[in-house]
Write a new protein. Structure first.
Length: 202
């Protein structure tokens, strides 16, 4: 029996799976609440003088890019039955996603939101600025809205797919991964796209 087939014969860890899935639901709820609250001006956290998280947006884009690359490597690896490479690539994607989330929340809880088309930097996009931004503004919002919605919707299923993998429930893992992968990849790719479209207004 090949090492790949031996790997697939591992005993499922059902008790661990149930515990991890409960944790996944709790984490999903916490993340969605934080994302919902972090753009409210009254909840902004003042940073000490000399500390500024303005350097984080390109870090967000870099981390999303790492996730996208890791996901492609993971899929190619498992198609070639390279389980170790697949596992390592998924771990890179998961760790990068956690780092992204931590940086993203830290940035938005401490820094005023940058608006697409805000050429004056006054936090307001007037009609003239909207006109100057043109069709690029529509493109930006299509990417941004789809990115945010799909990130929120896919989060618990990304966690469930990972949990099914680490608890040896490979049939469930494969079934979920077939649709989770393209959604997660889209979210990872559109993150940097949104950053580069918004970059002139930072």
């Amino acid at each position: 029996m090949s090492s790949y087939n031996e790997f697939l014969q591992r005993e499922p860890k059902l008790a661990l799976s149930q515990t991890l899935k409960t944790v996944a639901w709790v984490l999903t709820a916490v993340v969605l609440v934080l994302v919902g609250l972090m753009r409210r001006p009254e909840l902004k956290i003042a940073l000490p003088d000399g500390i500024n998280f303005g350097f984080l947006p390109p870090v967000h884009a870099m981390l999303n890019s790492v996730v996208a690359i890791a996901l492609v490597v993971a899929v190619l690896a498992i198609k070639n039955k390279k389980v170790k490479l697949h596992t390592r690539a998924i771990n890179v994607a998961m760790i990068s996603s956690v780092l992204f989330l931590l940086c993203y929340v830290a940035y938005h809880f401490t820094t005023s939101e940058t608006l697409f088309g805000d050429l004056n930097g006054d936090g307001v996009v007037d009609e003239q600025e909207k006109l100057e931004a043109g069709s690029a503004r529509t493109v930006y919002f299509v990417f941004l809205i789809s990115h945010i919605v799909l990130a929120g919707v896919s989060l618990p299923f990304i966690l469930f797919t990972w949990i099914n993998g680490v608890t040896n429930q490979f049939a469930k893992h494969k079934k979920l991964a077939r649709w989770v992968f393209p959604v997660w990849l889209y979210v990872a790719v559109t993150g940097p796209i949104c950053y580069f479209l918004l970059k002139p207004y930072y």
